[in-house]
Write a protein that binds this ligand. Sequence first.
Ligand code: PLP
Length: 375
Amino acid sequence: MDRIPVAGPWVTEAEVAEVAEAARSGWYENAGHYVARFERDFADYIGVKHAAAVPHCTSALHLGMLALGFGPGDEVIVPDITWIASAAPLAQVGATPVFVDIDPETWVIDPASVEAAITERTRGIIPVGLYGLTPDYDALRAIAERHGLKILEDAAQVIGSRYKGKLAGNFGDISVFSFHGTKLIATGEGGMLVTDDDDLFERVSVLRDHGRTKENFKNFYNTELGYKYRMNSVTAALGAAQLARVEELIGRKREIFGWYRDRLGGMNGVTLNAEPADRFNTYWMTTAVLDRDLGQDTQSLMAAFSERGIDTRPFFHPMSKLPAYADTPSAQGAETRNPVAYDISPRGINLPSAMRLTEADVDRVSTALREILGG
Ligand SMILES: Cc1ncc(COP(=O)(O)O)c(C=O)c1O
């Protein structure tokens, strides 16, 4: 029996043709064409003024932190539950992450926990869309405005997701996306930074090109030290062709979740991803959290699935619990401050959500879960 993958893209001949064309023609007078087109298409799709294509979302986050002015002595609030990339570049700019709790129902950053973490050194918030669901942006924006904070929206996992009808990517001073091979739009590695702010965009444009302004593009004349964070034509061609199919890709993710909901939705002790009335969840990653009474933990569940040829991933560990942060001030007291993160993480699991999954695959995963839980 084939192993069922946890994540992976859906690439058609349309994308292959675009990539081949870019490999053939994305040079000389066409050198900037594919990146510029992907940036324009992406900005139009999200409904924002500017987009900058970059090598990955991690570089977009780094650029966002630099452009927003997060630096030494600043505290920036991040949910304890996310991929480490949401916080790691803070170390590169010298700012301190402050890990806060998640909401027990939606698993995304809890505005009350954000409010409680604010000090006179707080400069910004990095809210993270998780597994396809956006945070409560009205509450977060109100807090940011009350305290003069910048929002760097990490929308890596929420391409196509909506909050009160508006697409993710519209809620940050700067917002960032990932096109990693596991994401809804996949280019292998790739990312996008978007903003409505002309000055922030100008700053990002210079920083991502070794401190070179547009006027100096052909003149090897750098006005400051920056970074080399630019996307290439072939990647951009793949991204644009995937973007042209975004509704189909979202439809497939929701279809996969629907298959799981039909089989596991009514199961005692199993909670799947939430979709509050004010949000549209793309269900990028179908995730199950098991009641404590079932006596299962994520690591043994993963092993049991693996024995049955099924690939899964753990619900994110609280970052404050990772060896990477264990000895830093950010981790001190986090377990007490973030009880929900510490409670849910060890009993949550990402179920296979790859684009190529069939209903029969989901059936196999659901049957395996029932079997593991003892019927
Ligand atoms: C929430 C979140 N932020 C940031 C990233 C980083 O994205 P990339 O791998 O494109 O750097 C990821 C990737 O998994 C992510 O899930």
